[in-house]
Design a protein around this ligand. Structure first.
Ligand code: TEU
Length: 606
């Protein structure tokens, strides 16, 4: 058990990490997690990049919010090709971010405040600069050769010739998922950037090395892991070609590459690998952990298996369906949000993990555009109300909510002006590829402005001063600060009872104090309504009704059983109305733009 941790602790002798025990006594079921992307959180040493000193200096912010867990994106030594998701040493801290001593200090400081630390575990791939890969690429006979996926050129092709890659797979960051290593004349697999070679989990020595590394961190006091693309680690070893992905209008993708994901999303041995990891790392440790698997492409049925406590794999997963709801053939083809589609996805996940398993709940992270710009309305008059409404909807679902740094302030997308403003490897490779295929730069930039991951990575807005208080005034941060920080910042919001920050604080408090929020059953209402997001929660005779106007115009809907809610207790209200309220005596709900309310009543006795 984390030192000084709160009353939400499970028994100290519980196994933790995909823990055993009854539904109610698993600590993370009432917890809220806050994600820190260290490079963009706070720059303590004045080099323009956020670091551990910066985080240590801002723990009061997390305490004020009341969150239980800090998930820290990668701080390990790394060439930073993918901002630390390319790790060259799993057991250290990149000097860019500080020292191992400072990380120990962070663990102790969090524990002293009753919070826990979850590290990012990136073990689908390493950096190409990792000594394991250096050894692996050195010769076909090296003992570590088989730690990665090496293959000769496609039969009949010369190494390096167009189309000679061993499979037609496209990498997530554009271009082939294979790069030729001239020295041995073979290709290595990288589902992401060329600097992120995929580890071969078929090799038991790879798994043992990862387990040992994880145990080393737990021994240092770390309380769990967020596991990067962990459902990609088991690949069909035959590595068959993927299907060519149809482009818009059914045309075959112009780069001729295919989608290999059928061979690695929740691959043949994934459950075996995660259960083995649980046994080797978390079992019989005598304290409680949190494990969350990031799982692009995971289905509800798979997720139920992954998170069924009886199977001891992971505690919860990040699914991707709801953040793909506004994507076209690719994420760069942005579609307007159709609210019923989002509700259908959320409802399916709530129902699918109701009896076994557990949901994680998120709108944002370092890979997503800012939610207030994406699903809300970031114009001045609607920004705070829409940020609060979106937060209410998410935090009143059943599951463990994740708050991404700046989301609690209503931080918006960045007004990127030109390609020079972007930093992300994904965005930059997309730009090159799209221009190579003849797309117009201004159209490509418009899509990047809307959906680039850099939107989520601009510096945290601490105050209205130069650099938003992220870096010293004389320093140029690694990526541009959003000019809206003069009005949208933590200093302005911390003590303002009507701020987005205060609203998040209340939502965290509701989860901690109202068991129905964390554990109650979920029922979606008004599934087809294009404007209002409505649902009920119920636990032990207590019922909640959540009504949120997901639009910048007034709403007027008939609420199922609405009359019964007319005199219910108003637990939380936000929006553009002077006094947002629940349904009227006629059972209709009339809500102003982005109004959101949470009502409570004891259920009517049968
Ligand atoms: O993300 C996995 C992932 O699916 C995303 O890269 C996704 O493909 C992309 O964001 C779509 O826009 C994880 C990390 O969260 C991400 O930051 C890393 O780049 C990636 O893995 C590789 O480690």
């Amino acid at each position: 058990m984390a030192g000084g941790a709160s009353a939400t602790d499970s028994a100290p002798d519980s196994a933790g990490g995909a823990a055993e025990g009854s539904a109610a006594d698993v600590w993370w079921r009432t917890a809220v997690v806050y994600q820190v992307y260290p490079r963009s959180f706070a720059d303590g040493d004045g080099d323009g990049v956020g670091d551990l000193r910066g985080i240590l200096a801002h723990l009061d912010h997390l305490s004020a919010l009341g969150v239980d867990v800090l998930w820290l994106s990668p701080i390990y030594p790394s060439p930073q090709e993918d901002n630390g998701y390319d790790i060259s040493d799993y057991q250290g801290v990149d000097p860019l971010f500080g020292t191992l001593d400072e990380l120990d200090e962070l663990i102790a400081a969090l524990h002293a405040r009753g919070m826990r630390l979850v590290l990012d575990l990136v073990v689908n791939h390493t950096s190409a600069a990792h000594p394991w890969f250096a050894a692996s690429r050195s010769s076909v006979d090296d003992p570590r050769r088989d730690w990665y996926w090496w293959r000769p050129p496609r039969p009949g092709f010369e190494a390096g010739a167009p189309g000679a890659e061993p499979t037609n797979w496209r990498s997530f960051f554009s271009g082939p998922a294979w790069t030729l290593d001239e020295q041995t004349g073979e290709y290595y697999l990288h589902l992401f950037a060329a600097g992120q070679p995929d580890l071969n989990w078929e090799n038991p020595r790879v798994r043992e090395a990862v387990h040992a590394m994880m145990r080393w961190w737990l021994d240092r006091g770390v309380d769990g892991f967020r596991m990067d693309v962990i459902n990609f680690i088991s690949k069909d070893p035959t590595l068959p070609d993927g299907r060519a992905v149809p482009g818009p209008g059914g045309s075959i993708a112009p780069d001729g590459l295919g989608d290999g994901s059928a061979s690695f999303i929740c691959g043949p041995r994934i459950h075996e690998f995660l259960a083995e990891m649980h046994r080797a790392v978390f079992e019989r440790r005598g304290r409680a952990f949190l494990t969350v698997g990031e799982m692009p492409g995971v289905t509800v049925d798979e997720a139920r298996l992954f998170t069924d406590p009886g199977r001891c794999e992971v505690d919860m997963v990040f699914q991707f369906e709801h953040v793909g709801v506004d994507h076209g053939a690719t994420k760069w083809e942005v579609r307007p949000l159709h609210l019923p589609a989002l509700k259908a996805i959320m409802a399916r996940w709530q129902a699918g993990l109701a009896d076994a398993g557990w949901n994680s709940l998120y709108w944002s992270n370092h890979d997503q555009p800012r939610v207030v710009s994406r699903f809300g309305d970031d114009r001045t008059e609607y920004r705070a109300a829409s940020a609060k409404g979106l937060a209410t909807v998410l935090h009143l679902h059943r599951g463990t909510p994740y708050v991404y740094q700046g989301e609690e302030l209503g931080m918006a997308n960045h007004p990127f002006a030109s390609i020079e403003d972007f930093r992300d490897v994904e965005a930059l490779s997309h730009y090159r590829t799209a221009l190579g295929l003849g797309e117009h730069p201004s159209a490509v930039l418009a899509a990047m402005r809307a959906v680039s991951r850099d939107n989520g990575r601009t510096p945290m807005q601490w105050d209205a001063g130069p650099n938003a208080g992220f870096s010293r005034p004389d320093v140029r941060p690694w990526i541009g600060v959003n000019p809206d920080h003069v009005t949208v910042n933590a200093a302005a919001q911390r003590d303002d009872p009507s701020s987005v920050f205060t609203h998040y604080r209340r939502l965290v408090e509701l989860r901690h104090t109202q068991p129905v929020v964390s554990l109650g059953d979920f029922t979606m209402l008004l599934a087809d309504d294009v404007q209002v997001y409505a649902f009920t929660r119920e636990l032990d005779g207590v019922r909640l009704l959540v009504l949120a106007n997901w639009s910048s115009t007034d709403a007027d809907v008939e609420v199922p059983d609405g009359v019964a809610w007319a005199d219910a207790e108003l637990l939380l209200a936000s929006g553009t109305s002077t006094e947002p309220k629940g349904p009227d005596a006629d059972g209709r709900w009339r809500g102003g733009a982005w109004d959101a309310v949470v009502l409570r009543r004891p259920s009517v006795p049968a």
